[in-house]
Design a protein around this ligand. Structure first.
Ligand code: DGL
Length: 264
């Protein structure tokens, strides 16, 4: 058993779509969530920039003595996990690599991926899914505007709705069996997406991901045994905006603003 906290991070409120699933499955754990709103969006940053950013976050979690870090961010999982994971002693769970295997089990003909530009350019989902299901065709489409729509709560704007519908139409021409919401911000847009396509079409990877983490912590015998379950939420900028934008997935009570050291 291990009562140390679990660290979980994303560029902003997106990772809370994973956090909320984890809290449901593992209510007794202690969590530290970091929303890197100062560096948001991650989707248009270079691999080098993202490695520095992620390293700072891992160092922050290391100082907090976490037992595991949940990369509730597809972009950093795709671009930094391979480089950084060998350098740290705690367990690290990357969302893309973890859920792609699960998605591949479905053996679909045509899978669509909506993700950030960085994730799409890395082809991480395509590579990982085809590793396990080589005959599945994977269509990756970047939706660079969607993170801002969620963070600034612009879901009701006509321009936002048109943009969401435009990317969906672009995807649907490929005769798609399932669409993976390959950025943790996108489940916040499900109520708009489902105005134009059936809900069963979409896969929100958060559930598979949380289930895997639960099983893995259990198998490694490092679940928390005390019943304290403390939740600490940190952001690097704009705590008020974070608190309102997060409402759909998590009711944030207290937020601490913190600037992480800049990596040279
Ligand atoms: N929500 C993150 C992801 O899953 C990052 C989005 C962004 O900041 O561009 O990729």
């Amino acid at each position: 058993m291990d009562n140390s906290p679990i660290g979980i991070f994303d560029s902003g409120v997106g990772g809370l779509s994973v956090f909320s699933q984890l809290v449901q499955l593992l209510p007794d754990e202690n969590y530290i969530y970091f929303g890197d709103t100062l560096n948001l969006p991650y989707g248009n940053k270079t691999k080098e920039e993202l490695i520095k950013i992620t390293q700072n976050i891992f160092d922050f979690f290391k100082a907090k003595k976490v037992k595991a870090v949940v990369m509730a961010c597809n972009t950093t999982s795709a671009l930094t996990y391979d480089t950084l994971s060998p350098k740290y002693d705690f367990k690290i769970y990357p969302i893309v690599q973890t859920v792609a295997k699960e998605i591949a089990i479905g053996n679909y003909r045509n899978i669509g991926i909506f993700a950030t530009q960085g994730t799409v350019n890395s082809h991480a989902y395509k590579k990982e899914i085809q590793k396990y299901s080589p005959n599945t065709q994977v269509f990756e489409i970047a939706c660079p505007e969607w993170v801002n729509i969620v963070e600034k709560e612009l879901q009701e704007n006509e321009d936002s709705i048109n943009n969401i519908k435009m990317h969906l139409d672009e995807m649907l021409v490929h005769n798609i069996d399932k669409i993976v919401l390959g950025c943790t911000h996108y489940p916040y847009l499900l109520n708009i997406l489902t105005q134009f396509a059936p809900e069963e079409l979409f896969i929100n990877p958060a559930r598979h991901f949380a289930q895997y983490i639960y099983q893995n912590l259990k198998e490694n015998n490092i679940l928390c045994e005390e019943k304290k379950h403390e939740h600490k939420i940190y952001v690097s900028a704009n705590p008020k905006q974070f608190a309102t934008a997060s409402r759909l997935f998590y009711k944030v009570q207290e937020i601490e603003e913190i600037k992480l050291a800049v990596q040279s």
